[in-house]
Design a protein around this ligand. Sequence first.
Ligand code: GDP
Ligand code: MG
Length: 425
Amino acid sequence: MTSISDHAVLVYCAAGAGGIDNDHEEFASLAHAANVTVAGSIDSRRLKPDAHAFIGRGKILELAARVAETNAGLVLIDAELSPAQERNLERLVGCRVLDRTGLILDIFAQRARSFEGRLEVERAQLRYLSTRLVRGWTHLERQKGGIGLRGPGESQLETDRRLIGKRITYLTRRLERVQRQRVQGREQRRRTATPVVALVGYTNAGKTTLFNALTGDSAVAADRLFATLDPLLRRISVPGIGPAVVADTVGFVSRLPHELIEAFRATLTEARDADVLVHVIDSAAGERDARIEIVNQVLEEIGAGGLPQIEVYNKCDLIDAALGLHPRSDEGPERVYVSAREGRGLEALRESIARLLGVVHKPLRLRLAPGAGRLRARLFELGAVTGETQRPEGGWVMDVRLRESALDRLLQELAPEESGNVAVC
Ligand SMILES: Nc1nc2c(ncn2[C@@H]2O[C@H](COP(=O)(O)OP(=O)(O)O)[C@@H](O)[C@H]2O)c(=O)[nH]1
Ligand SMILES: [Mg+2]
């Protein structure tokens, strides 16, 4: 996966009549999520869309000036443009233009880790590209690759629509097969003993800020399970549990373009592999409760509704609320109030995470006979061992932490003669 850093000028636009106040921040947050550096911005929210190049003459001059003075190689527009508008604007401004759909697709392409997610995102990218495949790309030859062109690769741009159509058909068939198989192979994901905590929630809720605050700088240390150094996965140490992995997932996006819904879901299904979901909420957002509902509905639909969840009310520095755990009277998820930016309330959140992981990953004490050497080695390999003593009569007493289902499967995997050498104390 390439991770490039583009410098972009952002063009803020209103969604229909009258934009929402936090639009700026949300769009900038999307740009950050795509590893784009915001070099400047202009505001065009008071303008009516122009049929030719989306924004009017005066604004185009302003935009071109901003691009020149910041030396940006990219313009990101917070709206959906027709392919022709995009092309015309590129010519007038002299650099690549990407609309909101293109930007979100790029984020998905960078984040999709599962096979299914990658297929789904590639299909969405090809559909998006196929409408934009026309002669005239030569004016951008210089800037091939990079944001918005990631994934299917630049060679696709030279391919004609018919080939893209064939590839889309192929992807669709693969997807159907993968989706059928997934239902059968659900348990396969539970291969490792390391618990996974996934951060979910709307874009701009503060997931990445919280991810950084929780994991600090210490985290990137070489971990053979995550040797790819995926920037969205980091290790933390949970008191009483040991190492755990925190995953920063793709966020929910307000005004998600309709054609991206499936790609979004496929990317998010990776949250299903978590042991605990940390649902990050922007406490100060006007639509706070409606958003909580939407997130929970989608989690339900992708099969992650039953996972233990912690509701994190973030940005408490902006509202009048006590930090830390807020007890609730009903059965719902634990609620913890924090300020990720100021690093406050995190202790309570860590305790909550440890508590919930403790339920999923029960500590077990095993008595192993000398003949259970392979099982012992596997437990070490999985990072499940928290302590071990040698028995005077031979064999070991081991303290391990792993899902009970994982232990059961380990015992099945190893020959029955070895499982006969194991007892739970
Ligand atoms: N006031 C305040 N702002 C925050 C807090 N946490 C995050 N933010 C800001 O919210 C915006 C989005 O944060 P980010 O972590 O990128 O959100 P993500 O899209 O969910 O990953 C950024 O401008 C952050 O600085 C917080 O605790 N308080
Ligand atoms: Mg983020």
